[in-house]
Design a protein around this ligand. Structure first.
Ligand code: TXE
Length: 492
């Protein structure tokens, strides 16, 4: 069994306690690796290393921007070199299918490093046209030591999303991956080391939410915390961040509406609805978990959707034919089953799925059948709460205004989609939907070029894009008086 070490101050080390926890394969419960169980002592060491790298070296100096860009580009290139290896680690650890990890996640991680490499040399302030004989300009400066906490549903992507912009902007970082899926972050740490990232610039500590994440979020030497996870833990992180008023970015849950009008391209919209809810077994913050169908296409759409859902092949994540793997843990599987049971008990019409698959070959895995319910109204628990599993609620609507009302009727506001050939309607909806992302005739498209993050209780701040660099920098104003006149004062 593989035994990992965490990455602190440019070295691979055991946790101070010497304790480990195990990483388990969600497909067969096999123990895959031992991961260091860090505590506050490890966090303190990691933060001290990051602080020293920030304050005692020239890492954050603007003259190093090209070096930072080159290093980020090399990290992207090394990830591409190791796509097969990294995808396998990720699939074993998380239960994501190899098609997803190999063709999507690992590529996107490399894209993210390369995108922020390009931006590293372009971070600048601006000259302000003050109405005075003066030169007023801003400097956009790094924050210092940043902390980041990732979730288990896109482990290697979160490693990239949190690390690349922090480094591009000249910060140093302590990153804690989710306890359930720490392996790919520690594999990427090997790449950090290999490309010659200066010691202390990135530190990776592994362990529990309370024992490590909370300590990082509370730490007084940490200037910023970036968190991806549940809305509930997001609140706790925000309270912890208040200890020294650190800047916070929260990427939390969702209950995203996928809205299809009568005039939509049906085939594409059905394909996208399937992808929207069943990609990564529905364990996506941006999952299209509420499908809103206009009444004219309702029956035809549902028929095609159910027919294609029944064909989804559940199986070993390492099998290229599998289209859905197991849920991350037994606990997660249990929680999803409880939601399904609620739906059945409360009069929701089950259209397909609704239980653990009967196939004995899957009995060791945390599988759930892809499940679709018809929902009579949007107030139902299954339409309001994030299930984080392959469970779709389908709602019928008559008019555009009704669709909009249903779409916005949740505490969340992460993503949404509108399917129509009518450009005016698409744009009207895009303006009025209260969510950080609106796709038109598309679902699930995320790119490093575009900002990602929510409205309402889906959090605030952005991952990715130029905008996220604002989260990793602070603005200083410099006013240079050029006047030759006497200083204007009220005091004689
Ligand atoms: O998430 P958590 P969990 C939802 C999903 C899931 C539920 C619980 O519904 O069933 O959350 O999953 C760290 N201080 N989502 O428990 O707890 C934790 O170690 C600081 C939706 O895995 O939010 C991990 O690294 N950190 C979500 C990260 O926070 C703490 C993605 C996320 O864990 C902490 C994941 C604390 N007190 C789960 N407690 C989405 N919408 O993307 C935990 N952590």
């Amino acid at each position: 069994m593989q035994e990992y070490q965490q990455y602190i101050n440019g070295e691979f080390v055991d946790s101070v306690s010497g304790e480990f926890f195990e990483s388990q394969n969600p497909f067969n419960q096999e123990v895959l690796a031992k991961i260091p169980a860090s505590t506050s002592e490890d966090v303190n060491l990691a933060v001290a290393a990051a602080k020293e790298a920030f304050e005692e070296t020239d890492w954050s100096d603007v003259r190093q921007s090209q070096t930072r860009a080159q290093l980020l580009r090399s990290i992207g290139a090394q990830i591409r070199e190791k796509i097969d290896e990294l995808a396998e680690v990720e699939s074993l650890d998380s239960g994501k299918t190899i098609t997803e990890t190999q063709l999507v996640d690992v590529h996107y991680a490399a894209d993210t490093f390369e995108y922020f490499a390009d931006l590293a040399t372009q971070i600048s302030g601006e000259v302000l046209p003050v109405p005075a004989e003066a030169l007023d300009f801003t400097l956009r400066e790094p924050l210092g030591v940043c902390g980041a906490i990732g979730a288990w549903n896109f482990p290697i992507l979160f490693t990239a999303w949190k690390t690349a912009p922090a480094l591009a902007a000249g910060n140093t970082l302590v990153y804690k991956p989710a306890q359930l899926t720490s392996r790919s972050a520690l594999e990427v740490a090997k790449i950090f080391d290999q490309v010659g990232l200066p010691k202390g610039v990135v530190n990776i500590v592994t362990g529990s939410g309370r024992g490590v994440g909370q300590v990082l979020a509370e730490h007084h030497q940490v200037a910023k915390i970036s968190f991806t996870g549940s809305t509930e833990v997001g609140r706790t992180v925000l309270k912890a961040a208040a200890s020294n008023l650190k800047k916070s970015t929260l990427e939390l849950g969702g209950k995203s509406p996928n809205i299809v009008f009568n005039d939509a391209d049906l085939d594409r919209a059905v394909s996208a609805a399937l992808t929207g809810i069943f990609f990564n077994g529905g364990q996506c913050c941006i999952a299209g978990s509420r499908l809103l169908l206009q009444e004219g296409i309702y029956d035809k759409f549902v028929e095609q959707l159910v027919e294609r859902t029944k064909k989804i092949k559940l199986g070993d994540p390492l099998d290229w034919d599998s289209r859905m793997g197991p849920m991350i843990t037994r606990k997660q599987q249990q929680q999803i089953l409880e939601y399904i049971e609620w739906g059945k008990q409360n009069g929701m019409k089950l259209l397909t799925g609704g239980s653990i698959p009967k196939n004995p070959e899957l009995s060791q895995g945390n599988f759930i059948e892809p499940t679709i319910f018809e929902a009579s109204n949007n107030d139902l628990k299954l339409c309001q709460e994030e299930i984080f599993g392959p469970v779709l609620s389908v709602l019928k609507f008559k008019t555009e205004s009704e669709a909009l009302q249903i779409a916005n009727d949740t505490p969340f506001g992460l993503a949404s989609a509108v399917w129509t050939q009518d450009i005016k309607r698409a744009l009207r909806m895009a303006k009025k939907i209260k969510a950080g992302q609106v796709w038109v005739n598309q679902y699930l498209m995320i790119s490093p070029f575009a900002p990602h993050g929510g409205y309402k209780q889906s959090g605030y701040g952005k991952d990715l894009s130029r905008h996220c660099l604002e989260e990793y920098t602070q603005i200083k104003n410099v006013y240079v008086d050029l006047s030759e006149e006497e200083f204007l004062t009220l005091y004689e």
